[in-house]
Design a protein. Structure first.
Length: 337
């Protein structure tokens, strides 16, 4: 439930309520608004204790949160959340484009792509060092060596880095190198992994599972926020449907719907979402038109030689054009790149 305090409530008053919430076995989540402080009371069925708070003279109102996801919900927080990654803000006025190869393959290639995407307007470098592959015989990623290359290329280009952790045992290592920890589609409901990144302070890019409903997606984000980490970026990357002419079906209605249901920023990955190079620019435009806060795009300077997802990777020149196209849509929406 949400306890809204009267304007001008003192710190002492807030602490009094916080203590009471803890005493009852719930977790308080305080959010200081411009005029009012609101306290989310999170736990199992806190609404049954509403009478204990209703009588307090500093309490303005008590509202139940109707959705199963609480901290993620717009009901709890009306303003958009802005996730800060160095100087980059995801969820603000600017549309943030994250780009780079599917996998980190070697340093010269990573550097070449990073420089090109930066020049074209990307603000974050992507690249997997731990790759979730369908076949155990496919390239699995360079592991720590790949993370080191990402960090070195960040040093040179200044681009913050997003990279995936596939397992709880990798979190500590990935956190040492990454600016944003990616949780991949296949791990969206790996609850131990979600709990672990929830304990840390690093921003998380949570990708939607390919067979996950929006409710399940938001419940996964709730795991991370409930651990104390509010820095979560949601990523729509396509779902499995009966349609098989694209790799997945990029569900752009989820973007508009998530914006209604949640305050968290949403980015769209049309590379995995379509699996087709020539669909990436149109779907990028559509994603921004639907209200996405950013994009995640696979770029490779030699897609035909890529060790993973070459068929959906675009050339740097193609990416440059994509950014120009997306910029037009962003401007028409009152946003910038
Ligand atoms: C990726 O972005 O590198 C990736 C593996 O994507 P997904 O988890 O969405 O398949
Ligand atoms: Mn990929």
């Amino acid at each position: 439930m949400i306890i809204t305090l009267k304007p001008g409530t003192t710190e002492k008053g807030i602490q009094h309520i916080v203590e009471k919430i803890k005493e009852l076995g719930f977790t308080p989540h305080i959010s200081h608004g411009k005029e009012r402080t609101i306290i989310g009371v999170i736990g199992e069925n806190p609404i049954r204790t509403r009478h204990l708070f209703e009588a307090m003279f500093i309490v303005e109102s008590i509202t139940p949160i109707s959705k199963p996801y609480k901290l993620v919900s717009r009901e709890l927080k009306k303003e958009d959340t802005c996730v800060k990654v160095g100087n980059v803000k995801v969820g603000g006025k600017k549309v943030v484009i994250m780009a780079g190869p599917c996998a980190v393959e070697n340093k010269p290639l990573l550097l070449e792509v990073a420089k090109a995407v930066k020049k074209a307007g990307a603000k974050v470098l992507r690249g997997g060092a731990f790759k979730p592959r369908t076949s155990p015989y496919s390239f699995q990623g360079l592991g720590e060596e790949g993370l080191k290359y990402l960090a070195e290329v960040r040093e040179i280009t200044g681009l913050p880095v997003v990279t995936e952790a596939m397992d709880v045992r990798q979190i500590e290592l990935v956190s040492r190198y990454a600016d944003i920890i990616q949780i991949g589609a296949r791990n969206m409901q790996n609850f131990d992994l979600l709990k672990e990144v929830g304990k840390g302070g690093k921003p998380v890019l949570l990708k939607r599972g390919m067979a996950a409903t929006l409710k399940e997606f938001l419940m996964s984000a709730e795991y991370i926020l409930s651990g104390g980490n509010y820095q979560v970026i949601l990523c729509e990357r396509g779902i499995r449907t009966f349609e098989n002419s694209t790799r997945f079906t990029l569900d752009l209605s989820s973007v508009a719907l998530i914006k209604n249901l949640s305050h968290l920023p949403v980015v769209v990955d049309p590379s995995h979402g379509t699996g087709q190079r020539d669909l990436i620019t149109p779907l990028s435009r559509a994603a921004i038109a639907a209200g996405a806060d950013g994009l995640l795009i696979e770029v490779h300077s030699k897609p035909e030689e890529a060790l993973s997802d070459g068929f959906q990777s675009i050339l740097p020149s193609h990416f440059e054009n994509l950014v120009k196209e997306v910029e037009k849509i962003a401007r028409s929406m009152g946003r910038e790149i």
